[in-house]
Design a protein around this ligand. Sequence first.
Ligand code: ARG
Length: 284
Amino acid sequence: MENQAHFLMCAPHFFGVEYVINPWMQGKEGSVGRREAEDQWHALHHLFSDALGARVFLVPAQPGLPDMVFTANAGLTHQGICVPARFRHSQRQGEELPYRTWFEAQGLTLRDLPEGICFEGAGDALFDEGAAQSPRPLLWAAHGFRTDLASHAFLSDFFGVEVVSLGLIDPRYYHLDTCFCPLPNGFLLWNPMAFDEESRETVERRVWPERRFAVSEADARQFACNAVGLIAAGGRPGVVLNVASDTLVKALESWGFAVYQTPLGEFMKAGGSAKCLTLRLSER
Ligand code: ARG
């Protein structure tokens, strides 16, 4: 099928909250319902692969790596090139090898960051989808919690793209994809409070006011910005997320998006939702 979106997911067989590396995980250890998590994950998978006509690839889940289900952090791919992740926390570093093996088996060209520079993949680096008229693709990349600012120049070089660096300041929004969501046709959902002042101004300067929507505090806390935008099989733009207020649904619909809400509460206990559970792969 032409322009079919490709995603990577990882089944939640070994998912759980077994350690604390972000504020959402605090007090949630051992609280994940296995059945509920499986059901929520399958509903998400079904939505992408059946309802929206996307192609979903699966990387085999590994015992002892409970966060591997969050494939967004595996790396970043674009036009056949992949920069694999270098995780900040030792608890997730064991994911690097299985992800890398999967990317290599797909025939992607791997470009490695120098050792010691942390980068948590598409969790912290998101391509803008509205820059069709600009000479170079635009990559929004974050630093502050998981990803080092030093990685950004390498990303620009490896992918041949312009990188705009954004500083995160709120530990609850520790990855870019928890507070910033570029959508097809140049639209943007974001939580301005998650960014330092300079970064906020950068976003406001680069994205027209009528193309960006600042979500409410309540929507932000439900991970409304942890959304996946895509062009569905029928050609209609859609947004997939955990849950959205009526105000947010109306705003998205006024931009022409169909809104798909699919509950992901078990994954919220680990600090992740729709976007974290899916890695957009470069379509070739
Ligand atoms: N527990 C995981 C972590 O803290 C959640 C990762 C969420 N992924 C994301 N792309 N925001 O690393």
